[in-house]
Design a protein around this ligand. Structure first.
Ligand code: GDP
Length: 290
């Protein structure tokens, strides 16, 4: 568990003899915590250097040192939405990560802030995905734009954007496919949707691409971020299942490798279980400062 990792780190920082074995252990622990071998070696080396120069006295000093190092890798992002114009949020991610639930949660979140929110069922390849989004929309009392199963997702998104634009303003949250027969097909479909949004004249300030990642997947989350970011430049991440976050270190790798910030975290299955990402809190938990 994520918290256990912090506790282990804290316990290790309590060790008095800072010899080679100590740094090996620190590196192993960081790898175990999903920071990846490269990052683990870098942190361990930096701690070694800092111990010489800064002479930390307490475990907290060491924890703060690691926090400072990792802090550079993690980015926080708070999307601003223009109430006076049409905006589009694309929800991307592999099946099962919580994409549809996140679209519904964000619909509620932005709806509560006075935005006119519309959902769009852009995963036209799975009838169940369309049904699920519709159920959420009904429960939330929010409009959901869909077309029959198998329709070109680009066409659905085109119509949905036109509909929002005809009102002059509003936030469109688009659910997309998470899996197709091949990765190439998926990438092609997503790129098509991306082009449609741009072709409808939605500029970068009003168009955000969110990648939904299950925070418990660890290393796999890093590969997912790489794959989707190659297809479409991702603006920010939404981390689901943060309530059972076990693999915090993987997020550091995503930040380090791809420089993608984190916008929201999902903390449960309810519609209100979504919160803006808090970097300080995340790092404190990761290094065991809480
Ligand atoms: P999709 O296939 O990516 O659209 O995934 P779904 O939205 O259908 O979610 C898959 C499962 O994960 C469902 O049972 C959701 O209730 C659950 N889920 C989604 N987000 C969260 C979260 O933040 N925390 C927890 N505990 N469960 C979540």
């Amino acid at each position: 568990m994520f918290k256990q990792f912090g506790a282990k780190l804290k316990a290790l920082f309590g060790v008095k003899t800072l010899d080679a074995a100590y740094y090996d252990e620190l590196e192993d622990l960081l790898i175990e915590g999903d920071l990846g071998p490269k990052m683990a070696a870098w942190v361990s080396d930096e701690v070694k250097k800092a111990v010489k120069s800064e002479k930390p006295k307490t475990p907290e000093d060491l924890q703060n040192l690691v926090k400072k190092l990792l802090s550079e890798k993690i980015l926080e992002y708070h999307p601003m939405v223009d109430k006076e114009n049409a905006s589009v949020f694309l929800m991307l991610g592999v099946n099962g990560v919580g994409k549809t639930t996140t679209a519904a949660k964000l619909a509620r979140w932005y709806g509560a802030q006075g935005f006119d929110v519309t959902l769009c069922a852009g995963d036209t390849f799975r009838a169940a995905a369309v049904d699920q989004l519709e159920i959420h929309a009904e429960r939330l009392g929010i409009r959901c734009i869909k077309q029959s199963n198998g329709t070109d997702p680009g066409a659905v998104v085109f119509d949905a954007i036109s509909s929002v634009q005809s009102k002059g303003k509003g936030l469109l949250l688009v659910d997309t496919a998470g899996r197709m027969h091949t990765k190439e097909n998926l990438v092609r479909e997503l790129m098509k949707i991306d082009k449609v949004v741009q072709a409808r004249g939605i500029d970068e300030d009003h168009y955000k691409r969110f990648l939904v990642i299950d925070s418990t997947t660890g290393q796999n989350g890093v590969s997912q971020a790489e794959l989707f970011n190659q297809a479409i430049p991702i603006d920010a991440l939404v981390l689901t299942k943060y309530d059972s976050l076990a693999k915090g270190g993987a997020l550091i790798q995503i930040g380090d490798k791809l420089h993608i910030p984190i916008a929201f975290v999902g903390t449960g299955e309810g519609y209100d279980d979504i919160h803006p990402f808090d970097k300080e809190e995340f790092l404190d938990t990761l290094v065991g400062l809480e």
